[in-house]
Design a protein around this ligand. Structure first.
Ligand SMILES: Cc1ncc(COP(=O)(O)O)c(C=O)c1O
Length: 566
């Protein structure tokens, strides 16, 4: 690669020197043909042996002023001296002006070349010693064959004297100017290409489509589209009235009952919403007033942080450890009276963004603290069903139903497009939120909830969970292996379930810059800083839910290359 870059640089430099020489030659040539000839002479050391084969070349695009029908590729006449082989991998044409100027170094015979050779599209006579070649001006004339006497067709008896023996006409100079401009564009293009190769000398260029580790959504291949289609048919067949009606704000009754049964609670304690984000919003609106203290994990789901901040809550981020929130730090915060929260937002399983899971011991401690300091634990649990290794831990809802409001979702196990989530909490709170829901949207989508109900009641949900879980287990493994192989500097805890992996890069790594560099290589992720109120500049979240194993391998290879390019 280094040698290739050096070759290209040498080539560019050679062409620039020739360009300068040709330009100064024109200035002088306008005075006498002899001076022009002298100015155009190329030292023999710079000529390239004719034995070297010319590289593949395409004609340059016609200049805008030239109708395509009149354009005659200047590659038609055989060059007297083979142009230097290009180091660049570009298949683009050579810079015609400069190459042809260099070719003119082939000897006196060049002066005998008729200016209209190119116009007649006749191959120039060639010889190994250096055949006659049209001068740059003559070749330029090929673009506008009728513009000047010098380009009159062969046989008309008005052939002009060789250019080198006279000053060029104004029209010829203008055409030559066009050619110079084209050459300048080509040289700039070569140079830009070279710059790109130097910047990413050690980096593979993007091949194939962009790979996203950014979105916490399932890839289409693990969505049971047929199962959903069948469920939709059943929904309209079995309950056309309920499916098409406004329904009620607590949600589609059959789905509400199914969820209640799943959690072993009364249906009065369940409210089905348009996605669990809506459930969060209703809960915050009911419980959080401006200035209220709210405990959050550090890092935490960015949308929750945003929603709480927009409500004017005072957030108290508590460090998240691989076994969940640092309950010691929380106890300290509460014990010293620095915060009197009425709510703690906790994502207990396969946390977003970290992928960590709250241990049973910490769940117990957290519930004890909630009882002692009288705050509600908001258990935000959309990933609970997606465990692929380790032991399941009971929900805090099941451990202390009076202290916990629980939210979950079908987004991660069925698909996010259905927009169905739910809340489970004390019946009075749920009744209060149901009123809020009525005032907000009358009722959530009965069509979506009826379909989800049919999907669940038929058992398709279990198959779907199994599909997602199996796929994600493989993806998480592939991701961990790829990181260990390609980016050993990355620190992470291999998740036991869910969609996400949190990655910490060596201190001082600027992940914002990595984000840009990775983007140029066609790979995206979410910066860790998006999940934190402060700090985390060397962290990032990788979602493996939307990418297959090949994409994970390729994506991490690109990410590692971007990291090394910083
Ligand atoms: C922790 C957490 N809560 C809530 C949501 C929102 O999910 P839904 O699609 O059900 O609104 C997400 C989505 O990523 C999430 O990660």
């Amino acid at each position: 690669m280094d040698q290739e870059i050096a070759n290209t640089l040498g080539e560019l430099e050679r062409k620039l020197r020739e360009l300068e020489r040709v330009l100064s030659g024109i200035g002088q040539g306008a005075t006498t043909g002899e001076e022009m000839r002298a100015a155009r002479a190329v030292p023999p050391s710079q000529s390239v042996p004719a034995s070297q084969p010319p590289p593949p070349s395409q004609p340059p695009p016609p200049s805008p002023s030239v109708p395509p029908s009149q354009y005659v590729p200047s590659s038609n006449p055989a060059p007297s001296v083979a142009p230097a082989p290009r180091a660049s991998t570009s298949t683009r044409a050579h810079s015609r002006v400069v190459d042809e100027a260099a070719e003119r170094s082939g000897g006196e015979s060049r002066h005998a070349a008729p200016a209209d050779t190119a116009v007649a599209s006749a191959p120039a006579p060639s010889s190994s010693a250096g055949a006659a070649t049209p001068s740059p001006l003559a070749a330029a004339g090929s673009a506008t064959p009728t513009a000047a006497p010098a380009t009159a067709p062969i046989g008309h008896g008005r052939r002009p004297p060789p250019l080198a023996d006279r000053a060029p006409s104004a029209a010829e100079l203008l055409r030559f100017r066009d050619r110079l401009e084209r050459t300048a564009r080509e040289l700039t293009h070569d140079y830009d290409e070279l710059l790109g190769r130097i910047t990413y000398a050690a980096v593979p260029t993007q091949t194939g489509p962009a790979i996203s580790f950014a979105r916490g959504a399932p890839s289409l291949d693990i969505v049971d589209v047929q199962g959903l289609r069948d469920a939709a048919v059943r929904a309209f067949d079995s309950d056309p009235g309920g499916t098409t009606a406004y329904g009620t704000s607590i949600g589609y009754p059959r789905l509400r009952a199914w969820i209640a049964d799943r959690h072993g609670v009364e249906p009065e304690r369940v409210l089905v919403t348009n996605g669990s984000m809506q459930a969060d919003a209703f809960l915050f609106e009911s419980l959080v007033r401006p200035g209220d203290d709210v405990v959050v994990e550090r890092p935490s789901y960015d949308r929750t942080l945003l929603s709480l901040r927009e409500r004017g809550a005072t957030l108290h981020p508590i460090e998240l450890q691989p076994d969940g929130i640092d309950t010691g730090a929380l106890a300290h915060l509460l014990g010293t009276g620095q915060a009197r929260p009425n709510l703690a937002h906790i994502i207990p399983n396969f946390q977003n963004p970290a992928g960590y899971t709250l241990s049973l011991a910490k769940r117990e401690t957290l519930l004890d603290l909630s009882a002692q300091h009288d705050f509600v634990v908001f258990e935000d649990d959309p990933y609970v069903a997606l465990r692929f290794s380790g032991e399941s831990v009971p929900t805090m809802l099941s451990m202390a139903p009076e202290r916990v409001v629980y939210a979950s979702s079908f987004s991660k196990t069925v698909c996010p497009g259905v927009r169905v989530g739910y809340l489970v909490g004390p019946a009075e709170l749920i009744a209060k939120i149901a009123k809020l829901a009525t005032n907000t949207y009358i009722s959530p989508s009965m069509v979506a909830q009826s379909i989800v109900y049919e999907f669940c009641a038929s058992g398709a949900i279990e198959r779907s969970i199994e599909t997602v879980r199996t796929a994600l287990a493989k993806r998480a493994l592939t991701l961990a292996e790829a990181l260990r192989r390609e980016l050993p500097e990355a620190e992470f805890v291999a998740p036991e379930g869910g969609y996400f992996m949190w990655v910490t890069l060596p201190a001082g790594t600027d992940v914002a810059r990595l984000f840009s560099a990775a983007g140029e290589l066609g790979v995206t992720f979410v910066k860790g800083t998006d999940f934190l109120l402060e700090g985390g500049e060397n962290t990032l979240r990788l979602a493996y839910s939307g990418v297959n194993e090949q994409e994970i391998d390729e994506g991490i290879t690109r990410l590692a290359a971007a990291y090394r390019s910083l």
